[in-house]
Design a binder for this molecule. Structure first.
Ligand code: SF4
Length: 487
C-alpha cells in the first residue's frame, strides 16, 4: 500500500503522477487523500511499521521522521520552488523503490519543448543539456541526449513555420471497429454509417466558414485524422476530398496527410482517390505483426491485410508511408516485439511511430487489465531500444516525441523518419509553434499568439455525434471568436 497525503493542492498533479510512475497500477488512486491544512512550508515522508510508504506534504510543521524537506521561498521563482519539491518527492521515491524513471521528474506531455527552451535560454550544447536535465529534472543521460537530438532537428524543421501561419486538422470519427486501447473519438462505421453524409455536410459548412474566418489564407499543413477517415466508403471519401479541394488550396500546403490507419479500411480504389486528390502522406498502421494480439485488441484485421494494404499503397504511388507500432500490448514479450520489428524492416516504410502503450481513462483496456491483471511482462526499455535500432537500420532519425499519462515503462512515443519524410503536422501540434484550425466532432482548435507572449487559447467541439450535427453553427461561432480575434 502506498498512501499519499498532502495539504497543498498545487502538488496534487505532480506528486500523484510521480507516485503512479514509480508504482504503476498499485491502486494509489484509492489511497489518495487530502490532509488538514497547516500553516508554514515543508514536506514530510515516513514509513510505517509494515513498511508502507507515506508521503505527507505539510506547511510549517516540524516532523521528526525520516525525511523533511523545507525551502526558503525568498528570491525563488515559482518554477524553482515547484521543482525543489518535485526533486524531493522523486529522490525519496527513487530511494525507497530502488528505481529510477527514464524521464526523471518530468510528467508533462512535451519534454522536447522544455529541452529546446533550456538549450536556447542557457546556450547549452548536448553535454551541457544532459548535465542540466539530470541535475534539474533527474532525466537519464540517454533520454536527455535523445531529447536533444530531436529538439535540434525539430528546431530546423520548424523554422519556416514560426511566422504565424496555421495548420488544418479534420477529424473523421468513424472506424471499422473499436480497438481495446482506444481513447480517441470513434464511432463504429457499421452502426453509425448512416450519419456520414450528414457529418460531411457539417464538415463542408465548417470549411466554408474557415475560408472566411482565415480570410482565404492557405494552411501550412493539412491532416485528416480521426477515427479512421478511410473507414468511409470510396464515394464518401471522394466527396470529403473534393470538398476539401474546393475550400482549401491544398497545393500550397507543405504536407497533406490522410490517416489510413486501419488496413481493413483500405483498398486500391480509395488509395487512388487519395492520391488523385493530392494526398502525399498516409499511415498504414500494423501496431503489431502478431495475429493473436490483433484479435485480442479488437483490430479485426490480420497481419496479411497489413502487408496487402501497404503494398497496394506503394502500387498506388505513395512514397511517404508511415507505420504506427505499440509496444507493451497485452501478452506480448520482447521476442514478439522483435518479430514485429523484423517485419517492419522487410517492408521498409518511410517513417515509423513507436508508441509505448498508455492506459487511458476511456479505453476498454482498463477493463481488460481489471480482469487479467498485468498487461504484459515486457522489458519496455529494451523493447524501445530495439525499436530505435530498427528505425536507425532503416535510415530513419527520431524527429518528434511526446509522452502520455500512464504510459508503459514511464517512457515516450517517438516518431522516426527518413530524411524528407518527416510528418510536419506531428511536430507542429506537439511543439505548439503555430495555430491549429480543427474541424469535426471532438476536435480542439488552438490559437498560438505570435505577439511574443507565448499565449495559447483553445476551443473544442462536441464529442457527441448528434450534438455536433445539431449544434454545428455554435461550433463554427466558437472558432470565429477564437480565430477572428487579433493578436
Ligand atoms: S483505429 Fe484508431 S481511432 Fe479507430 S478505434 Fe482503433 S485506435 Fe481508435
Amino acid at each position: 500500500m502506498i498512501r499519499l497525503s498532502y495539504n497543498d493542492e498545487s502538488l496534487e498533479y505532480d506528486a500523484y503522477a510521480l507516485l503512479t510512475s514509480f508504482y504503476p497500477g498499485q491502486g494509489t488512486e484509492q489511497q489518495l487523500c487530502i490532509a488538514d491544512p497547516c500553516a508554514a512550508d515543508g514536506m514530510h515522508l515516513s514509513r510505517n511499521e509494515k513498511g508502507d510508504v507515506e508521503i505527507s506534504f505539510h506547511k510549517g510543521e516540524a516532523f521528526p521522521d525520516d525525511r523533511t524537506y523545507s525551502h526558503a521561498a525568498e528570491g525563488k521563482t515559482e518554477h524553482d520552488i515547484k521543482w525543489a519539491r518535485k526533486r524531493f518527492v522523486y529522490d525519496t521515491l527513487a530511494d525507497y523503490s530502488g528505481l529510477s524513471l527514464p524521464w526523471g521528474g518530468l510528467t508533462g506531455v512535451r519534454p522536447t519543448k522544455l529541452i529546446l527552451g533550456s538549450v536556447t535560454e542557457r546556450g547549452l550544447d548536448e553535454d551541457g543539456l544532459a548535465a542540466y536535465m539530470k541535475e534539474q529534472y533527474r532525466v537519464s543521460d540517454e533520454k536527455a541526449r535523445l531529447g536533444y537530438r530531436i529538439a535540434m532537428l525539430e528546431d530546423k524543421l520548424l523554422a519556416p513555420f514560426r511566422g504565424g501561419g496555421y495548420s488544418l486538422y479534420i477529424g473523421i470519427p468513424f472506424c471499422p471497429s473499436t480497438c481495446l486501447y482506444c481513447s480517441f473519438l470513434s464511432y463504429s462505421v457499421k452502426a453509425f454509417g448512416k450519419y456520414v453524409n450528414e457529418y460531411l455536410d457539417c464538415v463542408e459548412r465548417e470549411l466554408s466558414a474557415m475560408e472566411e474566418i482565415m480570410e482565404g489564407r492557405a494552411p501550412d499543413t493539412v491532416y485528416i485524422g480521426g477515427g479512421t477517415p478511410t473507414a468511409l466508403s470510396a464515394e464518401e471519401l471522394s466527396r470529403l476530398l473534393e470538398m476539401i479541394r474546393r475550400h482549401v488550396p491544398i497545393d500550397k500546403a507543405a504536407e497533406f496527410t490522410v490517416e489510413a490507419g486501419r488496413p481493413d479500411s483500405l483498398d486500391g480504389e480509395k488509395l487512388r482517390i487519395m492520391k488523385g486528390a493530392g494526398c502525399g502522406r498516409i499511415s498504414v498502421n500494423p501496431q503489431t505483426f502478431r495475429d493473436e494480439t490483433l484479435k485480442l485488441i479488437g483490430r479485426r484485421h490480420s497481419v496479411e491485410q497489413v502487408t496487402e494494404a501497404y503494398c497496394a499503397a506503394r502500387d498506388a504511388g505513395f512514397e511517404n508511408i508511415n507505420m504506427d507500432l505499440i509496444l507493451g500490448l497485452p501478452g506480448e514479450s520482447l521476442s514478439d516485439v522483435e518479430y514485429t520489428l523484423k517485419r517492419v524492416e522487410e517492408l521498409a516504410p518511410d517513417s515509423l511511430t513507436v508508441h509505448s502503450l498508455a492506459l487511458k481513462r476511456a479505453a476498454k483496456m482498463r477493463e481488460w487489465v481489471a480482469e487479467h491483471g498485468q498487461i504484459s511482462g515486457l522489458d519496455h526499455e529494451r523493447a524501445m531500444k530495439k525499436a530505435l535500432e530498427t528505425a536507425e537500420s532503416l535510415g530513419m532519425k527520431p524527429y518528434y516525441l511526446y509522452r502520455q499519462k500512464n504510459i508503459a515503462g514511464a517512457l515516450e512515443n517517438t516518431g522516426f523518419a527518413k530524411e524528407g519524410k518527416y510528418g510536419l503536422y506531428n511536430i507542429l501540434i506537439m511543439e505548439e509553434v503555430q495555430s491549429i484550425y480543427a474541424i469535426g466532432a471532438g476536435t480542439v482548435s488552438k490559437k498560438v499568439f505570435t505577439d511574443g507572449s507565448g499565449r495559447i487559447e483553445r476551443c473544442d467541439t462536441h464529442k457527441d455525434l448528434s450534438l455536433y450535427l445539431s449544434d454545428i453553427e455554435a461550433m463554427i461561432e466558437r472558432k470565429r471568436r477564437l480565430f477572428g480575434a487579433t493578436d
